[in-house]
Write a protein that binds this ligand. Structure first.
Ligand code: UDP
Length: 239
């Protein structure tokens, strides 16, 4: 069973639970999509039914960010811990290396993706990176053919939201060999070392938003979605 916040589904599964389900789905030949849910996306879903539908139709909606965890506490939901997009990707990379599933990296700037691929290879011995394409490639059909020819089974798409989710929806059935699709936002920037993750203190206390705000005050407007989301959740009786 999934939790629902303001009409948006969130999966209560942990990293391990998701990998176990993905394994079973891959054996059956079923495709899986993973989307990160945070207050910003839930608020966007209120205004745009397409965003809501994109999230709710995904196989796994992960609770990325402390906002969803707080929502679960407030509404006595079943989400007990966060599942961040970047850690989910790290876990899937480990799975891909262990179970010999080739991966494809699509998105971010050329130098970012190159460095990310190097670091991923270093940290996941045996992993097969079937191909990489930067996020500024123009010809979608050429890319689809390249991914299909590469034999990749898992693709990570880093174009930002909702661009990456729309790309996945548009191409999921054209990518005949690929079984797992994760939209990973700025994760390649993290794997490449271009963007540093918040220090452990902020990660442990669930205050990464504070760290990001201090390091990039321009994010203030985006971050207003967190209190807005919690207020709406509290005062909207139907949710
Ligand atoms: N990006 C891209 N192509 C585009 C627009 C963005 O590859 O046309 C990449 C960009 O280089 C960055 C990522 O998408 O690596 C967006 O990261 P951001 O942190 O903005 O995503 P979020 O997680 O906030 O959705």
């Amino acid at each position: 069973m999934k939790d629902t916040y303001l009409g948006v589904h969130v999966s209560p599964l942990t990293y391990e639970g998701i990998v176990t389900e993905i394994k079973a789905r891959m054996t059956r030949g079923d495709k899986s999509t993973i989307i990160a849910v945070n207050p910003e996306k839930v608020m966007a879903a209120q205004k745009n039914p397409e965003v809501k539908e994109l999230i709710n139709n995904s196989t796994f909606q992960i609770a990325d960010g402390v906002g969803i965890l707080l929502a679960s506490k407030l509404k006595k939901g079943t989400i007990k811990s966060r599942v961040t997009g970047v850690d989910m990707m790290a876990r899937l990379l480990k799975f891909a290396a262990e179970d010999h599933h080739p991966i494809y990296l699509y998105g971010a700037k050329k130098e970012v993706i190159e460095r990310a691929a190097e670091n991923i290879k270093r940290d996941n011995p045996g992993i097969v990176i079937a191909g990489t394409t930067d996020g500024y490639e123009q010809d979608e059909n050429v890319l689809i053919e390249r991914v299909n020819d590469s034999g990749a089974k898992i693709i990570f798409v880093a174009l930002g939201s909702p661009k990456q989710e729309l790309w996945i929806r548009r191409n999921i059935n054209k990518l005949t060999n690929v079984l797992v699709f994760q939209g990973v936002g700025g994760s390649f920037d993290v794997f490449s070392g271009t963007v540093k993750r918040a220090p452990a203190f902020f990660r442990k206390t669930g205050t990464e938003w504070l760290y990001r705000l201090i390091s990039n005050p321009k994010r203030f407007k985006r971050q207003l979605n967190l209190p807005r989301f919690l207020l709406k959740l509290l005062f909207n009786r139907r949710n």
